[in-house]
Design a protein around this ligand. Structure first.
Ligand SMILES: Nc1ncnc2c1ncn2[C@@H]1O[C@H](COP(=O)(O)OP(=O)(O)OP(=O)(O)O)[C@@H](O)[C@H]1O
Ligand SMILES: [Mg+2]
Length: 532
């Protein structure tokens, strides 16, 4: 008998639990910390996204200040302050010092954060790369002083470790949060903090953001609207989006006494009638206890839930930017652009999740080259996505459109070229990101389809503008040709008619301009090239 070199008992000695913090410390790239430029962006992005979420939920117009200072070589001090509701003393340590701790994961409501990992991941990256603790100042009541915490994460336990705490710290005027940390990073003008803040200002026109860049530049992104959007409502999961394990857990945990009541109480868009219909299709007794369903019965129930005609989910859980608001922001950010069009499509559904697509096209941006690829600004729940463009549904949808029909140059199925920016925003109670770093939207066919339709709609507006511009150019050229010869023609006519050449030339010129403006009027009645 051959003795194995290592026994199961030997293995057993090495087998132990891995804390989530240890896992992400080793796999920080999964959270977007895969290079110093991106790390600096992530630190700002996670804090600003949280500030915007908190302000919006507390119905406060956000006023956010971002300061970045280069301490030495690749080490930066990052400070983000908001005027939100603040965080109660007991929660501060866990929010900043424990991965997977938050208020947004267990609900279906549109927000920038989803996972409960964002800000604690930055704290973890800060201590990993610089060995320093994070300072959090929180004030929840204007009448009381701020709380100050200095903390790190005990990665072995995934628990906060408080280094210092003060009860009556100064610092926050009104209420809000300030978070300060040192991180290893690199500052770059493009695809970094500057782009993120500019695009955040476009997608959050109600926010005021002040920014002190590491190179000493100070800038303010002012509000372009003075009102918060209506708060999105929380929804329940739709029967079309449910999966076996979730249904099994829901059945086990529900307080509903009958299957029929369970379906009505736990899912969106299911009334008594639909609930009965689901039970009939599944051949299950509507009065049975939800906890008593056997495995096979759960399978049948799941099948029936997908088969039954269920109303679409409610869409008041969505908070799009809005056509007018997006246009205002774009006008503010691209003051020199020739043409801007924006549109918001009606809500649609992917796998039971309502979502909505908005598109803006900005054309004729002076600083952009005619033959460079169009810039695609990708937004998910108002958050700019700056990396992994190639893997994102927005890029796939944009490439799948024949942009020549809309007046842009395009070779093959590449991103079109021209002095233009295409903004694509997806909002949803659950955005399907391709990874934990929330950098790209997964290509669900329903999402791609809506994105294409939205871009095509906006494309039609662009093509109308461009053909109008072309016609105006043609008319101008015609006038120029006639005008060029009007002097010669006038002197020939003067010879024949023996009348003063100057008068004839004047009359000729006025005829030319009258005729060409008449022709222009006729042509304007034609449709766009697509007949849209
Ligand atoms: N500036 C803030 N003001 C008030 N509450 C905050 C603030 N920052 C964070 N929070 C609270 O802390 C929680 C955890 O934040 P964190 O960024 O780690 O996760 P998240 O925003 O829920 O999801 P995600 O991982 O997708 O960012 C939030 O859910 C929120 O309840
Ligand atoms: Mg967050």
């Amino acid at each position: 008998m051959i003795m194995p070199k290592k026994t199961a008992e030997d293995f057993a000695k090495q087998q132990k639990e891995i804390s989530i913090s240890e896992f992400f410390e080793k796999n920080k790239h999964l959270l977007g910390f895969d290079n110093p430029t991106k790390a600096l962006l992530m630190a700002v992005k996670e804090a600003v996204d949280n500030s915007l979420d908190a302000c919006e939920e507390a119905e406060i117009l956000p006023d956010i200040t971002v300061k970045i200072k280069n301490l030495k070589e690749d080490v930066y001090k990052v400070s983000i302050q908001d005027n939100g509701p603040g965080i109660v003393k007991e929660q501060v340590p866990r929010i900043f010092g424990k991965l997977l701790y938050g208020s947004k994961f267990h609900r279906l409501r549109q927000s920038r954060g989803q996972q409960g990992i964002g800000i604690s991941a930055v704290v973890m990256y800060s201590q990993l790369t610089t060995g320093s603790s994070t300072r959090v100042i929180s004030r929840t009541d204007e009448k009381k002083k701020s709380q100050m915490f200095e903390l790190v994460i005990d990665t072995k336990k995934n628990e906060p470790e408080i280094i210092k705490q003060e009860d009556d710290a100064d610092g926050i005027p009104g209420t809000g949060i300030r978070v300060e940390m040192d991180i290893l990073g690199r500052y770059r003008k493009s695809q970094g903090v500057d782009d993120y803040l500019k695009q955040t200002s476009i997608s959050n026109p109600f926010a005021k953001i002040s920014y002190h860049a590491p190179d000493g530049t100070k800038m303010t992104f002012p509000r372009s609207v003075d009102q918060l959007p209506p708060p999105p409502k929380e929804i329940k999961i739709h029967p079309y989006g449910v999966e076996f394990g979730i249904l099994q857990r829901f059945l086990a945990q529900t307080s509903s006494r009958t299957l029929q009541a369970f379906l009505v109480n736990e899912f969106s868009s299911v009334g008594q009638q639909t609930s009965k219909e689901i039970c009939i299709i599944a051949k299950l007794d509507p009065n049975m206890k939800p906890q008593e369903l056997e495995r096979e019965q759960i399978e049948k129930l799941l099948g029936a839930m997908q088969k039954a005609k269920v109303q679409r989910p409610p869409t008041d859980c969505l908070s799009p930017i809005g056509e007018k608001e997006l246009e205002k922001s774009l006008k503010k950010e691209y003051p020199g652009a020739e043409f801007i069009t924006t549109l918001t499509r009606a809500p649609e559904v992917y796998r039971g999740n309502p979502f909505q697509i908005e598109v803006g096209i900005i054309y004729g941006i002076p600083e952009m080259k005619q033959d460079a690829p169009v810039e695609i600004v990708r937004l998910a729940n108002r958050v700019p996505l700056l990396y992994q463009a190639g893997a994102c549904a927005t890029t796939e949808a944009a490439k799948d459109i024949d942009w020549k029909r809309y007046g842009l140059q395009q070779s093959g199925s590449n991103v079109p070229t021209g002095p233009a920016v295409i903004v694509v925003h997806m909002c949803s109670a659950w955005v399907p990101f391709i990874s934990e770093s929330k950098e790209a939207i997964a290509s669900y066919p329903d999402i791609i389809k809506e994105m294409k339709l939205a871009m095509q709609d906006a494309g039609r507006n662009l093509s109308r503008y461009l053909s109008g511009k072309r016609r105006a150019g043609d008319a101008k050229r015609r006038i120029q040709i006639f005008e060029r010869y009007s002097g010669e023609v006038a002197s020939s006519i003067a010879l024949l008619t023996k009348k003063p050449g100057k008068d004839i030339e004047k009359k000729l010129k006025s005829m030319i301009s009258q005729r060409s403006s008449m022709k222009e009027g006729d042509k304007n009645d034609e449709g766009s090239p697509e007949g849209a």
